[in-house]
Ligand binder design. Structure first.
Ligand SMILES: Nc1nc2c(ncn2[C@@H]2O[C@H](COP(=O)(O)OP(=O)(O)OP(=O)(O)O)[C@@H](O)[C@H]2O)c(=O)[nH]1
Ligand SMILES: [Mg+2]
Length: 417
């Protein structure tokens, strides 16, 4: 699944102002007439409901908007550079990994939407003879976001900063800054502002300076290295150990067709399914089946837990607890121990979620025990009591006998309100 891409976005630079003087037959000492440079193109991100992955960014990773053209003689203003629009699916979150000075400046001082500051003119004036080309503008630089904002960098950040290109940066080591979230179809956000055109020498004339050799460089456009992250927009996240029956549940209550098998970590990437419940008023509830979580997932065990971001915007979670058949049918393990194993499983799952994101662990949640066809009535009774004692109701369900499924579907629907 293509749900994470790193892109380099470069807005155009503003065109330089021109230094020139009016020349015509019989006029040898005309006034300054150097035109202003054109404003550059900006880069926008636009939400689209017709997209459901970031697949279309698999190839090209670098996007540039047009520069503004330089100003000309006879007060000619340079052409404006064209804007660039990047379409992303609704649900895309945009992070900044690195940026140039004008982006940093803009973000720190004016980063309120709808409150666009005039682009900074950090490298401003140049002096020139009317005939020649302006001296080359000083180089722009791109730095890592957090590192640029800090006064002291760690050794690691220093190392990254020194790297000539930031292309090979390990994303896990970079502190990223949230830029925006695209939540609606048609939503447009300017992500890299184009530079503005520099003024030509015509703008610098005055009573004390009738022959200004002074003009402005166009300002730098914003450059950013960004991360587009697509989060699935699901109502309910299914959370459980590997092999608990999460994908099986999804396949029964929705039309989704996930891979199901009798070994752990069958599911490697999240699956979505739509559950339509209700007789008169049908409500669609989107379920997200994710890979299994084990103790130590937060330390990278199993498949880790990066995929948890897909359920971070869910309205509720369904914990699916399960015991291995070899445990359930093992006569030498007393029921009391099986009970505590399941109680403990819930604690571990919650802990792992908590270490990913404290908010996630606090979400509204339902507790269920899968594969109820394998449990004796006595054991079920004891489990019910034990969970109730802890203040949690537990629902048993089975994909084999269909026990509890209707009840569970109703509870899940209710939980989305
Ligand atoms: N007896 C019984 N077996 C079940 C039930 N539900 C699922 N299973 C079996 O349990 C095994 C695991 O099912 P999955 O749905 O793949 O489990 P999962 O939680 O998605 O597993 P991972 O993707 O590895 O995390 C499969 O062999 C299923 O056939 C059930 O209600 N009763
Ligand atoms: Mg699965």
């Amino acid at each position: 699944m293509f749900d994470l891409v790193k892109l380099t976005l470069i807005a155009g630079d503003g065109g330089n102002g021109k230094v020139s003087f009016h020349r015509a037959k019989f006029i040898t000492k005309g006034g300054p007439d150097g035109g202003q440079g054109g404003d550059a193109g900006s880069i926008y991100v636009r939400g689209s409901r017709h997209l459901n992955s970031l697949q279309h960014y698999a190839g090209v990773k670098r996007f540039e908007a047009q520069n503004g053209q330089h100003g000309g003689k006879q007060k000619q203003i340079g052409h404006k550079g064209e804007d660039l629009f990047l379409e992303v699916p609704v649900g895309t979150i945009i992070w900044i990994l690195a940026e140039n000075k004008s982006s940093l400046h803009h973000r720190l001082h004016y980063a309120r939407e709808g409150n666009m500051a005039p682009a900074d003119r950090l490298t401003r004036y140049y002096l020139d003879k009317p005939s020649g080309n302006p001296p080359p503008r000083p180089e722009d630089e791109v730095r890592l976001v957090e590192a640029a904002a800090q006064t002291e960098n760690t050794e690691e950040e220093e190392f990254i900063l020194r790297s000539p290109s930031l292309q090979n940066v390990d994303l896990k080591k970079v502190k990223k800054v949230l830029f925006t979230e695209i939540t609606e179809h048609g939503q447009e956000v300017m992500i890299c502002r184009g530079g503005i055109g520099g003024r030509g020498n015509d703008s610098f004339k005055g009573s004390s300076n009738t022959t200004p050799f002074e003009a402005e460089y166009g300002s730098f456009g914003e450059k950013k290295i960004v991360l587009f992250e697509l989060r699935l927009l699901a109502d309910i996240g299914l959370v459980g150990y590997p092999n608990a029956g999460k994908s099986t549940l999804l396949s029964i209550v929705t039309k989704a067709n996930p891979k199901i098998a009798n070994y752990p970590f069958t599911t490697l990437e999240p699956n979505l399914g739509v559950m339509s419940v209700g007789d008169r008023e049908v409500k669609d509830v989107i379920l997200a089946d994710i890979p299994g979580i084990i103790e130590g997932a937060s330390e990278g065990k199993g498949l880790g837990f990066d995929f948890l971001r897909h359920i971070s915007s869910c309205k509720a979670l369904l914990y699916i607890l399960s015991l291995d058949e070899s445990v359930i049918f093992n006569q030498s393990i007393p029921d009391a121990e099986k009970v505590s194993l399941l109680l403990e499983q819930l604690q571990i799952l919650k802990q792992e979620l908590h270490s990913y994101d404290a908010g996630l662990a606090k979400k509204k949640s339902l507790i269920s025990i899968s594969k109820s066809d394998l449990y004796s009535n006595e054991l079920k009774q004891e489990l019910r009591k034990a969970f109730e004692k802890q203040g949690t109701a537990v629902t048993f369900f089975s994909a084999v006998t269909k026990e509890g499924l209707k009840e569970l579907q109703e509870q899940l629907t209710q939980a989305t309100y």
